[in-house]
Ligand binder design. Structure first.
Ligand SMILES: [Zn+2]
Ligand SMILES: [Zn+2]
Length: 512
């Protein structure tokens, strides 16, 4: 998506952008469909003000050919009705007109407030005499369907306004909320309609991103991504003042962590460009943000990674958007890490059920580790004394490589609690080598020589113990165990070694 967006101007040029713009404009210009609902019964006491409408009605219908019914529609005045009638007669090649409107009350019935005839003559009687009632029609003014009036004042008068009352069959359109477009009764009186009401949708400007975890010493790496959420109305375009909510979540078992719980960091959201405030549960305030769209319908926010790598999901919703939402996937990762190539010069230890894959490095760092491991096996200086001959001819066991980095780097929470007792190991350049007296450990007799080897490879290292031995009341000066060389990390009380003692090696000489 992001790449596509970027490539448009470069490879497709102005023309395609014009096509895209035309498409957007034509989409926006699509006329709104109308919303139609059934009528509902009007209250028995309902009244409406009406000027009525002028309708044709034949009084000698047997004389009218088929087709005249199409003329039986409402007209604003009697004369307008007569003009249409005149045209209809002419269309049938019968000489006519002009037809004049004349009031006529003979056919008045309740609900008919006025009537008249269209006559080419001065009076109805003259017309009757001449035409022998071969053609006859009259029109009338009446209330809307379902309403009647007996108002005597306007009988025989065209285009008056009068009050109509529900005659027991009146229908009406449903009420609408204040501010909404009202429904109007459709011709025929069975349905009500109005233009579709405005619906809103929210869109993010990008749907994926890859950023690094925070908390490393690396400079010039991207640990945050800005997004723009835009709220758009179906009829009126971008919507300012809409309340937008963004939630960040993280997928279980991603980034190299084979464990999950509610405490997993979800990254943090903030907005400098729109007024915004935190939302959501107290323990994840940073992972939820809510604010209002600006004059361009936009809410601009930033997602910042935590120190823990993984796949994050951002979900954008808005108060007006009903069920509509948009999502983005953010990979928080150190790119370019590879599993350390297998070799007969070292072996891997330290994988757990929480981190089953703990041996990722950059290719460059892995190459240095390999050179160290080869030297450790091949060089005479590391040979151990043969128990029988006492000569230093015995090749030590291969280096036992403990934690490097997780698949996507980031904080290596050895205990699976998202916390960081394990410093560094975040960007695939740091590795631990066993040095605790157990199988495959570098033996204390080789510590000094191993350190020279590490220096030869321009690494940076220290002997680390992750567990301090408890000071004893009988020992007034408890030993220091961290970052000390050689045989420290050994209890001054009983000579035992810290079982976690190891060389922590910054293969690229960088603390990260
Ligand atoms: Zn973990
Ligand atoms: Zn380490």
């Amino acid at each position: 998506m992001g790449a596509m967006r970027k490539s448009l101007p470069v490879y497709c040029g102005v023309a395609l952008r014009c096509i895209a713009l035309t498409f957007i404009l034509s989409t926006m210009a699509t006329p709104a469909r109308s919303e139609t609902v059934p009528v509902e019964p009007a209250p028995a006491t309902a009244t409406v003000q009406s000027s009525g409408a002028w309708f044709f009605q034949d009084y000698l219908s047997i004389h009218f050919p088929s087709g005249i019914a199409s003329l039986f529609n409402g007209y604003p005045t009697g004369q307008a009705a007569c003009d249409v009638y005149d045209a209809w007669i002419k269309s049938r090649n019968v000489p006519s007109g002009p037809l004049a409107h004349a009031p006529y009350t003979f056919f008045l019935t309740p609900g008919y407030t006025a009537s008249g005839i269209c006559v080419p003559y001065n009076s109805y009687s003259e017309w009757l005499a001449t035409n022998n009632a071969t053609f006859g029609m009259y029109y009338y003014q009446h209330c809307p369907t379902g309403y009647s009036t007996n108002d005597p004042r306007i009988r025989g008068v065209s285009s008056a306004t009068f009050t109509c009352t529900n005659n027991g069959t009146a229908k009406q359109c449903p009420e609408v909320a204040e501010g909404e477009t009202p429904f109007t009764l459709d011709p025929g009186g069975l349905t009500c309609s109005r233009p579709d009401k405005e619906t809103y949708s929210i869109k993010l400007d990008r749907h994926d991103a890859t950023i690094e975890p925070t908390g490393t010493t690396a400079r010039d790496v991207k640990t945050a991504q800005e997004f723009t959420a835009t709220v758009t109305g179906s009829r009126n375009g971008v919507k300012s003042g809409a309340t937008v909510t963004i939630r960040a979540d993280v997928k279980a078992n991603t980034g190299g962590h084979d464990h999950d719980d509610d405490n997993r960091p979800k990254g943090s959201l903030d907005s400098e460009k729109n007024a915004a405030s935190p939302c959501g549960a107290a323990n994840e305030k940073q992972a939820c943000i809510t604010g209002t769209t600006n004059g361009s319908g936009q809410f601009i926010f930033t997602f910042t990674s935590s120190q823990v790598s993984g796949e994050h999901t951002l979900t954008a919703t808005c108060d007006l958007c009903a069920g509509n939402q948009d999502k983005a996937e953010v990979k928080v990762m150190v790119e370019g890490l590879e599993t350390i190539p297998s070799s007969s010069f070292y072996t891997f230890i330290g994988d757990t059920d929480k981190h089953s894959d703990n041996h990722y490095l950059t290719p460059e760092a892995a190459a240095i580790l390999w050179r160290i491991a080869v030297s450790y096996q091949m060089e005479q200086r590391f040979k151990l004394a043969d128990p029988v001959t006492k000569k230093r001819t015995k090749t030590p066991l291969v280096l036992h490589v403990n934690d490097a980095s997780l698949k996507w780097g980031g904080r290596f929470d050895v205990y699976g609690n998202w916390k960081a007792p394990h410093a560094e190991h975040m960007r695939g350049t740091v590795v631990d080598l066993r040095a605790n007296g157990e199988t495959g450990a570098i033996s204390p007799g080789n510590f000094r020589k191993a350190e020279m080897l590490f220096s030869d490879q321009n690494t940076n290292y220290f002997l680390e113990c992750t567990r301090d031995k408890k000071p004893s009341q009988t020992d007034p000066s408890p030993p220091q165990h961290k970052r000390l060389r050689s045989n420290l990390c050994v209890s001054q009380l009983d000579g035992s070694q810290d079982t976690n003692r190891h060389y922590h090696i910054r293969l690229m000489g960088v603390r990260e």
